[in-house]
Design a protein around this ligand. Sequence first.
Ligand code: 5GP
Ligand code: MN
Length: 339
Amino acid sequence: MTKNAQELKALLSSPKKIVITTHKGPDGDAIGSSLGLLHLLKQLGHEVRIITPNGYAKFLHWLPGNNDVITYDENEVESNKITSEAELIFLLDFSHLSRIATYADAIENSNATKVMIDHHQDPDSEIADIIFSDTGACSTAQMVFEVIDAMDMTTYLNKAIAECLYVGIMTDTGSFKYASTTAKTHNVIAQLINAGADNAKIHDLIYDNSSATRIKLLGYCLNEKLRLYPENNAAIISLNDEELKRFEFKKGDTEGFVNYALAIEGIKFAIFIAEKDGMVKLSLRSKGNFKVNGIANKYFSGGGHMNASGGMSELTVNETITKVEKIINKYKTELNKAN
Ligand code: 5GP
Ligand code: MN
């Protein structure tokens, strides 16, 4: 057993008050890994709550344990109380406190032992006492499985843990198609299926359960909002507030849209821009060795993985498009050569 796993196992040997938190705008991996871990910790006799900085897409609400999740932005007082009483805090799927927005102060001020499990670059070693970091891992959910395994606790795997971790791995690997998907990933998935994860049901609930307006919004984006820059191997899709309202936008509705731009022959860099909560948010995706996390960090105060990153813009949607066009031109040669 690794030293980290040993230390964690020792901490978990007596009942504790535990908080699990994850990054703002939680995605399938953030929620799946958090809930998967929650179901393990509850079996071990701990009192566990998940506190997310804000809410998340409805397609994740069916996950077992969803009712144990509190959103910080809507329940500040309760969240602060639970956080100050926690003896152990897990930080999942993020590596810098800036990723948990206004919840960061409460975490920083807490005296709890903190454990980070994460697959992002350059983890901030100041924010946790025990750090499980694997930038090569496809997902935090896979890492949670590995931590459970390293603590010799796979006997606790059940349907609830398996479904949650399956969702995390499936969503962060684009349904097992990204390069981060390895034989190890499939091996973990096999064990999750053996533990009760119903793979066909999970794919259906996550991907084939959209509102009609979401599918129509996708159609609108592809028909009317796709800007192609074939000489630069790039494409942009953008949506403003009015358009989102027109299609009755709900959290999570535009997730995955950027991948359609990337699915076009010759496109190696796809950018999705949308006005959300009074901000302009960007999703950057790329193929091959063209890295987008540096671009997200340099131009949009963001970050992420080599081929999937995000960030913000202080400009309007149209000004952001112009800024992105300049970036595309600047990286033209690199994009042409990327493979
Ligand atoms: P998405 O485009 O799906 O919102 O985000 C893709 C990935 O980029 C996320 O998994 C996360 O790793 C990263 N990411 C998204 N937004 C931000 C941000 O504002 N800051 C940082 N550091 N990373 C982000
Ligand atoms: Mn992740």
